[in-house]
Design a protein around this ligand. Structure first.
Ligand code: C5P
Length: 232
């Protein structure tokens, strides 16, 4: 799996995201489109960014009954996204249905990864609200193993979990890790962070980087620095 930097384009309008992407003349970063931009602008935004030559990670975190997820995934596959995701909490059957729906007639499909437990869910909330009485790291690894069993390509996880996920699910199981910050940069609201170089050392396959690039004075230079540190 080729290592790459995915830029989280957390903008609320087409105008804002295009202003940002216009700064990139020679590079074509892998772009993450989240719920905010997708719900504001609809599927057309995926096609427009794709047509500019970017790969797209569509971060919609599907979680519904298997049949609904399967049908929604076949729509996303036709949109031409390169990576998409589901909640592993939807069960192995739901994840299998997602892979089935995503697979095009010629047998090709975008990468599909699972969200295990959201990093915003603490041990305490998982135990009390979700009634899951196991240590959170065990739950994360179990959900990752379920995703592998269902035929998914990998998981979203913190850079701190990437090494363990590879131990449990194998080196070819993809780890996509947010929570990346430059050593001399602002941490913002992220709690457990790693630098691109540390994420590389620990074995992350893709890093998802938002504000260190989107809010930088020179976003292109920040993107290049990330690529240099992470891909080398
Ligand atoms: O701006 P920043 O680099 O913190 O952006 C990180 C991106 O990764 C955001 O789009 C955020 O929603 C996403 N993300 C995250 N932590 C997770 C899952 C996704 O920060 N556990």
């Amino acid at each position: 799996m080729g290592k790459d930097v995915i830029v989280a384009c957390d903008f609320s309008s087409k105008e804002a995201v295009m202003n940002f992407l216009d700064k990139f003349e020679n590079e074509k970063p892998f772009v993450k489109i989240g719920m905010e931009l997708y719900y504001a602008e609809g599927p057309a935004i995926v096609k427009e960014i794709k047509d500019r030559g970017h790969k797209i990670f569509l971060d919609l975190k599907l979680h519904d009954i298997p049949n609904t997820v399967k049908k929604a995934m076949s729509v996303l596959a036709r949109l031409g996204v390169d990576m998409c995701n589901v909640h592993a909490g939807g069960t192995v059957a739901m994840m299998e249905a997602a892979v089935e729906g995503l697979t095009r007639e010629d047998g090709t499909r975008p990468l599909i990864i699972a969200v295990t437990q959201l990093t915003s869910t603490s041990q305490e909330r998982m135990t009390q609200d979700l009634l899951i009485n196991e240590p959170i790291d065990k739950v994360v690894m179990h959900y990752a193993a379920n995703a592998k069993k269902a035929g998914l390509d990998g998981v979203v996880c913190s850079p701190l979990e990437a090494g363990k996920v590879h131990e449990v699910c194998g080196d070819s199981f993809v780890t996509v890790t947010p929570g990346v910050r430059f050593a001399d940069g602002d941490v913002g609201d992220q709690v457990r962070v790693m630098t691109p170089a540390q994420a590389k050392a620990i074995g992350s396959d893709y890093i998802v980087v938002g504000r260190p690039i989107t809010a930088a004075e020179d976003p292109v230079a920040a993107y290049k620095r990330c690529v240099e540190e992470f891909v080398g």
